[in-house]
Design a protein around this ligand. Structure first.
Ligand SMILES: [Zn+2]
Length: 397
């Protein structure tokens, strides 16, 4: 498989190995390879990949013994670079400033298929191929609701956030077919997902979910979009958009670090904790942390067959969420466990999250280390924790 590692809804991360040769020498620093000092800000790389030349400005964040690189481009894209792809490399002592909104807009329009336009907000660049009203609806959901709710939530929890370093890019295709063509290129063929956040590109990609609900020739309005999203049958649509937008915010506001060792129950559990819909609200979503009845019901249903030491297994082994056969149950438990921790062990959970947020990219943790990290904040009496967890869930309405 290729080297993309994306964030997928329902199936979890794709099981794609990172380059094994990436043995870490240095983190967050770069070695000057050129003798002369360069006045440029940012490291410059010319790469040849799939016969195409790429001229990149950014920062070499990690360099491996075999000269492969973990490179963060100034637009937020991460490149795992193999030594034989490097045609030219010029290092700089000065960090690359992030690309401007204008520069990113320009390169997005060059890269994307025909018909794309840009809708901008304070933090987001929505590149859309559908009607402006839909792009605006998504922009408002992300900027005015999710971004604000995200900020308010963590402020209350006393977790310091960073401002996003890069503009937050969202691609909205006009149809499922156009979107699928992009997904096939971005992730490889065979992915059937409604929307996704790609950790490499740092983008959320989706398509106009109301396209199928339009009356022939209908010009869509914000009110009509609300109506479509408020339909109970569409419950997962808005939840998915929030879910993927939450992943993007987690990684761009410093709650999580891309490609760091974050257990999947936390990674996904946080996004599900945020996504729970509110159908009384006009866009179908209001705030993080509501009870997601479908997940709760699913989790309660698993209780009789739930594996022994389920919490420990959730902490140490991502397979339950990755395996399509057990993923729905795993996600339900990840949601339930996050709900419990945020509402009953909030301080400990925030301290635990904060510790994870400081982990560097690509550093791995084995099962034992993951357990130790958890025990450090929550103690080692898992039976007691399990009882408190189940009692909390039984009472949850
Ligand atoms: Zn997810």
């Amino acid at each position: 498989m290729n080297s993309t590692k994306t964030h997928l809804r329902m199936t979890g991360f794709m099981n794609i190995a990172l380059p094994l040769s990436l043995i870490l020498l240095l983190a967050n620093t770069s070695i000057a390879q050129t003798e002369t000092e360069t006045p440029f800000a940012g490291d410059r790389l010319t790469l040849v990949r799939d016969g195409k030349e790429h001229h990149l400005v950014g920062d070499i964040q990690i360099e491996a013994q075999d000269d492969s690189l973990y490179f963060v481009q100034d637009n937020g894209r991460i490149w795992f670079v193999q030594p034989d792809e490097i045609k030219e490399r010029i290092d700089s002592d000065i960090d690359a400033p992030p690309a401007s909104f204008e520069a990113m807009e320009k390169s997005l329009l060059e890269e994307l298929p025909e018909g794309f336009k840009i809708y901008k907000t304070e933090h987001y660049i929505i590149a859309y191929q559908t009607e402006k009203a839909y792009a605006k609806w998504i922009a408002q959901l992300y900027e005015k609701r999710l971004y604000k709710a995200f900020q308010g939530f963590w402020r209350k929890k006393k977790l310091q956030l960073n401002d996003p370093k890069f503009p937050l890019v969202v691609l909205v295709f006009k149809s499922k077919a156009e979107y699928q063509r992009y997904v096939d290129r971005d992730l490889g063929p065979g992915q059937d997902i409604v929307a996704y956040y790609n950790m490499l590109s740092n983008r959320v990609t989706m398509f106009d979910l109301t396209a199928g609900d339009r009356r022939p020739g209908e010009q869509i309005s914000a009110r009509r979009i609300d109506e479509i999203f408020q339909n109970p049958a569409a419950i997962y649509m808005c939840a998915t958009i929030i879910h993927e937008g939450t992943h993007q915010l987690m990684f761009n506001r410093g709650v999580q670090t891309r490609f760091a060792d974050t257990p999947l129950w936390m990674n996904e559990g946080l996004a599900i904790f945020f996504e729970a819909p509110d159908l009384r609200n006009k866009s179908g979503w209001k705030a993080p942390g509501l009870v997601f009845n479908q997940r709760l019901y699913r989790f309660k249903n698993t209780l009789r067959t739930r594996p022994q030491n389920s919490i420990q297994r959730l902490l140490t082994d991502d397979d339950r969420l990755n395996n399509p056969e057990t993923a729905a149950d795993g996600y339900a438990e990840a949601w339930a466990f996050n709900h419990f921790l945020f509402n009953r062990k909030s301080k400990d959970y925030i301290a635990y999250l904060k510790e994870h947020s400081e982990k560097p990219a690509l550093a791995e943790a084995d099962a034992e280390q993951r357990l130790e990290e958890f025990k450090k904040h929550f103690g080692d009496d898992f039976d007691k924790l399990e009882r408190a967890f189940l009692l909390y869930i039984q009472k949850l309405r």
